[in-house]
Ligand binder design. Structure first.
Ligand code: AHG
Ligand code: MN
Ligand code: MN
Length: 332
């Protein structure tokens, strides 16, 4: 594979990974190419959100008289449209839609199932903080060509065949992960509208001194979590704390610099806040391929089998050592 300074594009990388996936139909590569197209479109809108009047408002028209929709609605529609006609998937699960999204009859149904959080970190949209898109890909279980059903999505996370996310921050970065290719990051060059391999073969730093959780809820935590987090603050431990409030941004920082992210169960939210299918599963899949780990405070996230589409779970994710420590503290 060419080195970065010759600028290997995401397209070239996907072509080569298509072979790595011993891809027969080309559907897998086409799916990821369509996700890339949608990511570019959402990125362009995120960068113009303030001008296009897409800050949180909904149902109004903006200065150009365009119908204004919330950025998460826009991201949801854009990604669905990019996928539904391409003959690559039969079903989509989206945080923005209560029910399973079946590919319309008029389009060919493909072999994959796409689970997504189209816009993660919505509370950060109107303060210009980093937001993102998170997704996971399963191969369908139901017969090829059919509509697909809940059995295609209510399944263990370790059946994922790929996962990724897009971070719309100071730049737009797409991270893709699969067993065949590992975890790789691609940065968008907005000048030419192409993603270039910028973070080859990402691995979590072995030693990390960063933790990330919303301490405002401390009064609602399990006492063992209170004690564990206090232990991280002990003099000489050398930890620092960061919390952006967008899961994808907090995760991405920890992936590159090492760290531990916790969104725990609280008294008000005994199953935590984050969703299994399109937040915890994809990031757990990526974390493990990067040498890290993810649990729900007791069990491995990828061994969970959700019984509902929008099921929530507590999440402890990041460096294996820190995840093991935190999980032992929480379940010990
Ligand atoms: P979403 O915007 O997709 O609903 O996700 C928001 C999530 C996640 O991004 C973040 O980690 C968490 O909400 C922050 O929650 P708190 O504000 O309760 O800390
Ligand atoms: Mn989210
Ligand atoms: Mn969301």
């Amino acid at each position: 594979m060419q080195s970065f300074d010759e600028g290997i594009t995401l397209d070239q990388f996907l072509m080569e990974s298509g072979r790595a996936h011993s891809e027969r139909t080309g559907q897998f590569v086409t799916l990821l190419k369509q996700v890339t197209l949608a990511a570019k479109m959402v990125s362009a809108r995120v960068n113009r959100a303030g001008l296009a009047g897409m800050i949180g408002a909904t149902g109004d028209t903006n200065i150009q008289g365009e119908f204004v929709m919330k950025l998460d609605v826009y991201a949801n529609e854009t990604i669905k449209k990019a996928l539904e006609h391409a003959g690559v998937c039969c079903l989509v699960v989206s945080e923005e839609e209560e029910e399973l999204i079946h590919v319309p009859e008029r389009f060919p149904r493909g072999s994959y199932v796409f689970c997504m959080d189209p816009l993660d970190g919505s509370s950060n949209i109107d303060v210009n903080a980093t937001i993102g898109t998170i997704f996971g890909v399963f191969r369908r279980k139901s017969p090829e060509g059919g509509r697909g059903d809940l059995g295609d999505v209510l399944r263990a996370g370790h059946e994922l065949i790929a996962a990724g996310y897009v971070v719309y921050g100071s730049g737009t970065l797409l991270v893709l992960a699969s067993k065949a290719t590992g975890v790789n990051g691609f940065t968008l060059d907005p000048g030419i509208g192409e993603f270039f391999l910028s973070h080859p073969d990402i691995k979590l730093e072995p030693s990390a001194r960063m933790y990330s959780l919303n301490e405002a809820y401390k009064a609602q935590w399990d006492d063992r979590l209170v004690d564990y987090v206090e232990s991280l603050k002990a003099p000489g431990k050398g930890f620092s704390q960061r919390y952006i409030g967008s899961l994808v941004a907090d995760f991405h920082r920890n992936l590159l610099k090492g760290g531990l992210f916790i969104y725990p169960a609280t008294a008000k939210a005994p199953n935590g806040k984050l969703r299994v299918l399109y937040e915890a599963f994809p990031l757990a899949y990526i974390a493990e391929l990067a040498g890290g780990a993810a649990t729900d405070g007791r069990d491995r996230i990828l061994d969970l089998e959700p019984t509902e589409l929008h099921q929530r779970t507590p999440l402890v994710i990041g460096n294996s050592e820190l995840v093991r420590e935190a999980t032992e503290a929480l379940s010990g």
